[in-house]
Design a protein around this ligand. Structure first.
Ligand code: ARG
Length: 459
């Protein structure tokens, strides 16, 4: 007999029974369900809606169930549909009729809205920790590479020299924004929906604020229809997670390029690479590729949630049961990716000479050569042209700009003097860019110091 079976004269069709059931994927919210019920029943007792002794009996019954679940002693059943009714059924089995009072002044609609918020709050805290870990790892790696010159790219063509630290710190900024985004999500999901009932609250003198206080919410939700019928907090979290995955995916792409023989900028640790079953020489960046690949499924989770929600009328509709697999998958995936990616970055070797050699090829100092002429009085557009013809000459003669003799320089413009060599050295190109945000040793060190303070404030 279903908990809701009163008005039915037939058993549910077995296929419908399976189809309708969410226990296979919502059982992970067992703890939140029990803690939510304990808070609810405490309030019911305090408000005189049920007897305090009854509330206490229910509480200890629920705590027993919690222990038994954690000891693996409880098997959930598809017949009881979802985690909420599985636990309620067990409770009634255990403590008898008094257990039937738990669901007074409550609906599964506000119950599931509560459980999901509680569950996701906990997950956001864990993901936030992983974000701080990757930020810290990148900062440490950057500290060791503030003088490691590498080519910076646009269009994946060598553009201007930067340092590896500057490149890593770019990702630090992305992950700091990601951290801010999921913290914002947390703030918005931190309002307690219980008491909204099925859609229109209840006639009992419930104390919603008390439940919010017991469960550590920032406050209560302010409209019962909204509380049971929106899942924007899952969409917002899936968006924030999608952005994290997008950042991880770009970073993965760079790592994959960098550890190819064509770049050879980094070498991944053997423990974070994998081999080929046929080609004995292979050492593949599978971790980075999997992270890049998994970003796709998370974007899919986000699209699934948006599409599921977009046409459903207020208030609760069963479509919303589909929220869980999507948001849980997004959460699980990012929790899988962040720590392993962090370790991969932490253990990789930076091939400083190769980076420097690459920065010395491809005319990455051409802008600085033009600026040299500008600083000696030539208008920038003319300087750009002169250096352009020098680059063409160098390409034909297979030389770098700094390999030209002073005579060769002077054949393009008599402004050139001996000091041109220093002006276009890679070190000068990097370290003269001292404006905040730039690649110079000083600017990047300032940035690192700033982020270290930021981390201290958060850890
Ligand atoms: N398992 C349901 C869900 O995840 C719980 C809410 C069910 N409410 C209802 N009226 N059928 O959405």
């Amino acid at each position: 007999m279903k908990l809701w079976g009163g008005r039915f004269s037939k058993e549910t069709d077995t296929q419908v029974n399976d189809f309708n059931s969410s226990i296979a994927f919502d059982s992970r919210m067992y703890k939140e369900d029990i803690l939510g019920s304990i808070a609810h029943v405490t309030m019911l007792g305090d408000q005189g809606i049920i007897e305090v002794e009854e509330a206490n009996e229910i509480k200890s019954g629920l705590l027993n169930i919690l222990t038994e679940i954690e000891e693996g002693k409880i098997e959930f059943s598809i017949d009881a549909e979802d985690i909420h009714m599985n636990i309620e059924t067990k409770l009634i089995e255990k403590i008898g009729d008094v257990g039937k009072k738990l669901h007074t002044a409550r609906s599964r609609n506000d119950q599931v809205a509560l459980d999901l918020r509680m569950y996701l709050k906990k997950e956001v805290e864990e993901i936030s920790g992983y974000l701080l870990d990757i930020i810290e790892t990148l900062v440490n790696n950057a500290k060791a590479n503030t003088e490691t010159i590498m080519p910076g790219y646009t269009h994946l063509q060598r553009a201007q020299p930067i340092t590896f630290a500057h490149h890593l710190m770019a990702y630090v900024e992305m992950f700091r924004r990601d951290y801010g985004r999921i913290k914002d999500c947390y703030e918005r999901m931190n309002y307690m929906p219980l008491g909204s009932g099925a859609l229109a609250t209840s006639t009992y003198p419930i104390d919603r604020q008390k439940v919010a206080d017991i469960l550590g919410f920032n406050g209560i939700t302010l409209n019962s229809l909204d509380s049971v019928s929106d899942r924007d907090f899952t969409i917002e979290l899936a968006s924030a997670i999608s952005i994290i995955m997008m950042h991880l995916s770009r970073f993965s792409e760079e790592i994959i390029l960098w550890c190819s023989s064509e770049f050879a900028f980094i070498t991944l640790d053997d423990a974070y690479s994998t081999g080929s079953s046929i080609m004995p020489q292979k050492k593949n960046p599978d971790v980075a590729e999997l992270v890049r690949g998994k970003s796709g499924r998370v974007f899919g989770d986000l699209m699934g949630l948006l599409t599921m929600m977009k046409g459903i009328p207020l208030a609760y509709d069963k479509d919303m049961q589909e929220d869980k697999e999507a948001i849980f998958d997004a959460v699980d995936t990012v929790k899988l990716c962040l720590p392993v990616f962090t370790k991969m970055v932490e253990t990789m070797t930076v091939n400083k000479e190769n980076m420097r050699r690459a920065a010395g090829k491809g005319f990455t100092n051409a802008t600085d050569a033009a600026d040299y002429l500008v600083k000696k009085g030539l208008p920038f557009r003319e300087a750009h042209h002169v250096i352009g013809t020098i680059v063409a000459y160098c390409t034909t003669n297979q030389k770098e700009i700094e390999e030209l003799t002073l005579e060769e320089f002077k054949s393009f413009s008599d402004i050139f003097q001996e000091d041109v060599y220093k002006a276009i050295s890679l070190e000068t190109c990097v370290n003269e860019r001292k404006v905040p945000g730039g690649p110079s040793f000083i600017a990047v060190n300032n940035h690192i110091a700033f982020v270290e303070e930021y981390l201290k404030g958060l850890k």
